[in-house]
Design a protein around this ligand. Structure first.
Ligand SMILES: C[S@@+](CC[C@H](N)C(=O)[O-])C[C@H]1O[C@@H](n2cnc3c(N)ncnc32)[C@H](O)[C@@H]1O
Length: 261
């Protein structure tokens, strides 16, 4: 293990299935993809890898786009969404005296907006690991995360998670399942790295009307974006044995949470 790694980054190395002999942390996050990352990502993922989007993502793109998709002002705003994530994952709310020492994975963390919100719900002995494939998003995440937060960032593939089985007490995947090439393989991976009894929460797209399969396939092929049906996510969770299912539907988004058996 590298002598230069301390705290959250060092603890994250211990969660890896195959820790590298010489971890690359030169950009402030642990880079497990290096030059091997996909050369021609989908249109949607190309936008995520641009240098422009991370600059406006948290303050402009995310609140406007997501709040509208959640039906704001009737649906939850960003703060309510973060509180829901902490609550449904069994974490504390900021300011509570007692906070669990939980180890949490934030899959496709982007610029770390949700990662930091989850970190506000774990105690000093807790750890939140944000994983993303985009160098530009992770650079922003590192810059915007206060030193001393129990947070570490990893550049890796959400569809092939690099962590050990049952490494995490809770797993969160917000605003990203619809971008993955194989969302069900990603869900299998999230299940694998979650401890039995641990909670998973997913915020993803919702197809408000039944769309012919051809239309959904064309959208996916053209943009890399999947619009999930009302029961697709909940069914995928129950098929994997999850219990204690919670599901909220908004006009163009849905949140589902459940406990791993
Ligand atoms: C819209 S952002 C979501 C950020 C944050 N989770 C949120 O809720 O605001 C989607 C992120 O998914 C990441 N992403 C897409 N496909 C990925 C994959 N296969 N592996 C890792 N990250 C991926 C993108 O790089 C992007 O940062």
């Amino acid at each position: 293990m590298s002598k230069t790694l301390r705290g959250p980054a060092e603890r994250t190395l211990e969660l890896l299935r195959e820790p590298p002999d010489e971890p690359d942390v030169s950009a402030g996050y642990l880079d497990l993809l290096g030059a091997s990352a996909k050369k021609s990502p989908s249109l949607a993922q190309s936008v995520m890898e641009s240098t422009f989007l991370p600059r406006i993502y948290e303050k402009v793109w995310r609140p406007i786009g997501f709040n509208l998709a959640k039906g704001w002002p009737l649906g939850p705003d960003t703060a309510e969404e973060h509180a829901m994530a902490r609550d449904w994952l069994g974490l504390s709310q900021p300011g509570y005296a007692s906070r669990p020492p939980a180890t949490v994975l934030d899959v496709a963390c982007g610029p770390g907006n949700v990662t930091r919100a989850l970190a506000a719900g774990v105690g000093a002995a807790g750890l939140v690991v944000g994983l993303d494939a985009s160098e530009t998003m992770l650079t922003r995440a590192v810059a915007d995360t206060p030193h001393g937060d129990p947070v570490a960032y990893v550049r890796g593939d959400a569809v092939d998670l690099p962590f050990r089985d049952e490494a995490f007490d809770a797993v969160c995947c917000f605003g990203a399942l619809y971008l993955f090439e194989d969302p069900w393989a990603a869900l299998d991976g999230m299940t694998r790295v979650l401890k039995p009894g641990g909670n998973l929460i997913i915020l993803t797209s919702r197809r408000p009307l039944p769309t012919p399969r051809l239309g959904a396939d064309l959208l996916r092929r053209a943009t890399g974006f999947t619009a999930f049906g009302d029961r697709e996510i909940t069914r995928a969770l129950t098929d994997r044995g999850y219990t204690a299912l919670r599901h909220r539907r908004y006009p163009l988004m849905q949140v589902a949470a459940a406990r791993r058996p």
